[in-house]
Design a protein around this ligand. Structure first.
Ligand SMILES: Cc1ncc(COP(=O)(O)O)c(C=O)c1O
Length: 237
């Protein structure tokens, strides 16, 4: 097995030095400076809980929304912080008024935990969750939209899609789908759990009605990816 030099970036993480951690897709590790900063905020809260929540929190959240908005090209007033993508999909899905026979159209590449809420709501309301098959390899964007649109009917109320898929690591043509859906009066709910940190995001241009994302996955591995590929190749040799 080749000897690997100690990567300087490793010192930024609290990870077990014996482990080569490649799975930032499930629960990404928190870099040390981020960990220290969030402890700083926890201490600020504990020192003066009422003052912090009533008088200070909103100012800090506004600043954080502005920073995030600049990063993903979104209007800060359109952003809401949630614990994770699944939580965000739940908030959106449970806020919609679904009726018997309404259809939620998804692909057959969606993430199970997010599909649970649609299944739950369909059982409750009589709406229908449909998985439109998209073959592998993933077709060209035009062909993709064409194939997906075969599943749209007059009852399609919501389109639910991953931006980057979990089981197949595909990137879906979200902008084209959102544009067509908007033109036809269909709401779009996009699960971007894997997008921040893997691809640049232009939220305004994407045109989704609702977009949920995660900063605890690939955001912290951005600079690690080329190294991880190098390490993986060395191990395979
Ligand atoms: C496509 C997709 N959506 C949503 C999630 C859920 O992410 P979280 O558990 O952070 O809500 C995952 C998790 O890997 C995912 O792959």
């Amino acid at each position: 097995m080749p000897v690997l030099e100690t990567p300087p970036l490793r010192t930024l993480f609290l990870l077990d030095p014996e482990v080569i951690f490649l799975n930032h897709g499930s629960f990404g590790a928190t870099p040390r400076p981020v960990f220290e900063d969030y402890q700083h905020w926890q201490r600020a809260l504990e020192r003066q809980p009422v003052q912090f929540i009533v008088s200070e929190l909103n100012t800090h959240l506004t600043a954080a929304r502005q920073a995030m908005g600049a990063y993903i090209h979104a209007d800060p007033d359109d952003l809401v912080f949630v614990p994770n993508a699944t939580f965000g999909v739940n908030v959106v899905a449970r806020s919609l008024t679904l009726a018997e026979g309404d259809e939620i159209l998804a692909s057959n590449h969606e993430y199970g935990a997010c599909e649970n809420v649609w299944d739950f709501l369909c059982r409750k309301t009589g709406a229908v969750y449909k998985r439109q098959p998209i073959p592998l390899p993933i077709p060209s964007p035009d062909e993709w939209v064409h194939q997906f649109w075969q599943g749209v009917t007059a009852r399609t109320k919501v389109i639910f899609l991953s931006h980057l898929t979990s089981p197949t690591a595909a990137t879906f043509p979200i902008q084209a789908i959102c544009a067509r859906a908007r033109a036809e009066g269909i709401l779009t709910v996009i699960d971007g759990a894997h997008a921040p940190g893997q691809i640049p995001l232009e939220m305004e241009a994407l045109g989704a009605d609702f977009y949920t994302g995660n900063c605890h996955k690939w955001e912290f591995s951005l600079h690690e990816i080329p190294r991880a590929i190098r390490v993986f190749r060395l191990w395979c040799e």
